[in-house]
Design a binder for this molecule. Structure first.
Ligand code: SF4
Length: 380
């Protein structure tokens, strides 16, 4: 049996945050109902393609999946359970935003089979949250976090973002300290740096927002993240992801390790969802009416060449602090990694951004800071 990670996109939010370029928008109850029906149909119709797979992880992402009624999430999970081989120990994650759930809903989600929550806090500073256009305060987050623990969730990720408009190093440290001081502390913390994406209100009207931290402050925030989280027992296992021992996101791992083992495939259902199965890659339509219609929703279908697969092996594998194995590269492609990538490996190893420990090639701490520069040299 091969391993499958299933991603389910829920493209609805209460309102749009100013920095958001995800495929999400507010939607009426009727649209949500039709969307869930279309989603179930897509999941069921595709089941025959995945008979040889065991689903190890399911991830409801968005958007704000927790905006859906619990019975709708349960309905989607039931279709998966009936038509796919779901591992008994599958990790089933739902992204939840404060103010879109309560204790009863979280209990219903837990009973439905969700066993991991990813809660979007982003900042513990109400002023920063307001500037971002988030719908919640820090107190709202605490309520959701407490409700989730009371409902029995024992595996929780908290999402944070640094380099926000008006954010200081002190306020970022305060956010980190508050996150690690939760009782009990979250099992997993994602800490990304804000990227001002073209087309977002933040990008279009940047001058109307308080300034974003300069490069030097952003770099200090980055170092403080690692220092504070490691001090509190979180291990960095990917550039922006930290976990208590044994609590790494298995869904993330399937995605990042796909490059390393092509028995890990990844299918996305829902509006705009991406899939990579074997050497095929495609994306679903981003147009809601086409998606609801259900005909020809797959777009951008491409067959990955060997070069694409080798690049993916390196890019995804090097994001993990564990690095990549030269022997595994050889097993996968029947080629020596040095014959393909001798130059960038020697260049970045001599500059201290890559390290070679026997069979393993990995980014050093400094390399993790400048990963994009290193990755650029691995494009074939
Ligand atoms: S809650 Fe998340 S997905 Fe929704 S608008 Fe805000 S950033 Fe985007």
């Amino acid at each position: 049996m091969k391993t499958l990670g299933v991603y389910i996109h829920i493209p609805f939010c209460v309102r749009k945050c100013v920095y958001c370029d995800f495929l999400s928008a507010p939607a009426a109850e009727e649209t949500q109902k039709k969307y869930v029906a279309a989603l179930k149909r897509e999941i069921e119709q595709n089941a025959p393609f995945y008979r040889d797979y065991t689903v190890e992880t399911i991830f409801f992402g968005g958007g704000t999946p927790s905006i859906l009624k619990a019975e709708r999430i349960k309905g989607i999970l039931n279709v998966l359970k009936v038509h796919y081989n779901i591992a008994k120990t599958a990790e089933i994650t739902l992204e939840a935003n404060p103010k879109t759930t309560d204790y009863e809903k979280l209990c219903a989600l837990k009973i439905a089979g969700i066993n991991r929550l990813s809660i979007g806090l982003q900042s513990a500073d109400d002023r920063e949250l307001k500037i971002l256009g988030r719908i919640h305060t820090y107190k709202d987050f605490l309520q959701t976090y407490g409700d989730a623990r009371a409902a029995g969730f024992g595996n929780i990720n908290v999402d944070l973002i640094s380099a926000l408009p008006s954010q200081t190093l002190e306020s970022w440290i305060n956010t980190l300290e508050k996150a690690v001081s939760l009782t009990p502390p979250p099992e997993h913390i994602s800490a990304y740096s804000l990227i001002v994406e073209e087309g977002t209100p933040l990008y279009e009207h940047l001058e109307q927002f308080p300034p974003i931290p300069d490069e030097e402050t952003e770099r200090q925030m980055y170092y403080e993240t690692k220092r504070i989280l490691e001090r509190h027992g979180y291990e960095r296992y990917e550039i922006s992801n930290y976990a208590k021992q044994g609590c790494e996101s298995r869904h993330n791992r399937i995605y990042w390790q796909r490059g390393i083992s092509h028995t890990h495939d990844y299918v996305g259902f829902g509006l705009g969802a991406s899939s990579t199965v074997g050497n095929s890659r495609w994306k679903n339509t981003s147009d809601m009416s086409s998606y609801l219609n259900g005909a020809n929703i797959k777009e951008d279908q491409q067959t990955l060449s060997e070069n694409d697969l080798m690049e993916e092996f390196v890019f995804l594998g090097l994001r993990m602090t564990a690095g990549i194995s030269a022997a595994e590269f050889h097993r996968t492609f029947q080629k020596n990694i040095e014959d393909i990538y001798r130059e960038p490996i020697e260049k970045w190893t001599s500059q201290g951004l890559l390290a070679r420990d026997g069979d393993i090639i990995r980014l050093t701490d400094k390399g993790l800071d400048f990963s994009n520069t290193v990755f650029a040299d691995f494009i074939l």
